[in-house]
Write a protein that binds this ligand. Structure first.
Ligand code: NAD
Length: 358
């Protein structure tokens, strides 16, 4: 792959390749856009098949973070880091510290957080090397694990979706199929149950499924059957790309609203969803609770204030639905426009400020 070509097509500002031979660190930090503020995004530690796959993931995920923070109304840009390798065998204190020094070298243009393969403990180590880290434990003044906030945000989004579909945010008696009941999905099932909804669950982890059945009275289905479940809301909460040309024709839901990143295999799949008469709540609007919770660290973290900020996902999604109507576009495109407008406005005001300083 032509590296500069790959970076250029998605308009990234900067991509840093970091290496520490002693610890075996190979990392790529992609800064997509800093018009609204420093690029915030987690560090994914993953055994990528090759360097190209790692670079593509960093580029794709950092762009997603730009849209997510912009649509959430945060003054943050989008970035993402990947560490290449299997965290179960490669992770050492030396490697995580070396990574922290690479983050530090960017001087605050990129602020890291935990993601797939990295933990709050890793962030604590990184904090010894750089101040540009978020999601530290409560005891250290941080906001802790973002997953409960993400689940809270998905609930706010499901209520906004219900309001749009049925004119009510009341979820009592509604049926929600949750694909993947990990850190976010399980907490979502708990919240849905408390709201009086019925849940149908699936997960590769059979213990999690058994727990949800016992604790929340969920109905369990096999991994591939979840697409055929008759339900009000289909909630993808596992991996990305599960909404695709093979699965969309099978869905028997009124709407899709879940926490997984990059739910659509390709953006054009939104057309198939619209054709089926299914309402799509764009993933990066729905799943912003985690990054909102991290943004709430600014000025001193308060769980109550963070929760109120996360609940605004309801209003953000209503605004996206309304602009889809008024602009005559699908909800995915409306959400991208909604985010892009904020980024463009920030870019313009910076330009004006610089011009007036000359
Ligand atoms: P997690 O790893 O805790 O949970 C994912 C769950 O999906 C696991 O229980 C796993 O066993 C299950 N799973 C894997 N493959 C599956 C399959 N084929 N079918 C059904 N289940 C499967 O991760 P998480 O933190 O709960 O995040 C879930 C998704 O939400 C990810 O896509 C993540 O990127 C996204 N997300 C998470 C957060 C957050 O705050 N944690 C924020 C934004 C977005």
């Amino acid at each position: 792959m032509g590296v500069f070509e790959a970076i250029g097509t998605e308009s990234h500002e900067e991509v840093l390749f970091g290496v520490d031979h002693e610890s075996g660190l190979r990392t790529i930090i992609a800064i997509h856009d800093t018009s609204l503020g420093p690029a915030l995004g987690g560090t994914r530690f993953y055994p990528y098949a090759d360097e190209e796959a790692a670079l593509r993931d960093a580029l794709r995920l950092s762009k997603g973070m730009t849209l997510k923070s912009a649509a959430a109304g945060l003054d943050l840009g989008g970035g993402k880091a990947v560490i290449i390798g299997d965290p179960t065998t490669l992770r050492t204190e030396d490697l995580i510290r070396a990574y922290g020094r690479v983050v530090d070298s960017l001087g605050g243009r990129y602020v890291t957080a935990a993601d797939v393969g990295t933990t709050t403990d890793d962030m604590v180590l990184i904090a010894e090397e750089t101040p540009w880290v978020s999601g530290l434990p409560f005891a250290q003044g941080g906001s802790g694990d973002p997953s409960p906030a993400t689940a809270r945000g998905v609930m706010a989004a499901i209520r906004a979706t219900g309001e749009r579909l049925w004119g009510s945010t009341d979820l009592a008696g509604r049926r929600v199929a949750v694909q993947g009941i990990g850190k976010v999905g399980m907490d979502l099932v708990r919240r849905l149950t408390e709201a009086g909804a019925e849940t149908v669950v699936t997960d590769t982890n059979t213990e999690s499924v058994a727990f949800a059945v016992e604790t929340y009275g969920s109905e369990a289905v096999a991994l591939d059957e979840v697409y055929d479940v008759e339900c009000d809301i289909f909630s993808p909460c596992a991996l990305g790309a599960t909404i695709n040309e093979e699965t969309i024709p099978r869905l028997r839901c009124a709407a899709i609203a879940g926490c997984a990143n990059n739910q659509l295999a390709v953006d054009s799949d939104i057309g198939l969803i619209v054709d089926r008469g299914i309402l799509y709540a764009p993933d990066f609007v729905v799943n912003a609770g985690g990054v909102i919770n991290i943004a709430a660290e600014t000025g001193g973290y308060s769980a109550e204030r963070a929760g109120e900020m996360v609940d605004r996902i309801h209003d953000n999604l209503v605004a996206v639905f309304e602009s889809a109507d008024s602009d005559g576009v699908n909800t995915h495109d409306a959400a991208v426009r909604f985010a892009q407008q904020r980024i463009d406005q920030a870019g313009e005001s910076r330009f004006k400020q610089r011009s007036s300083e000359k």
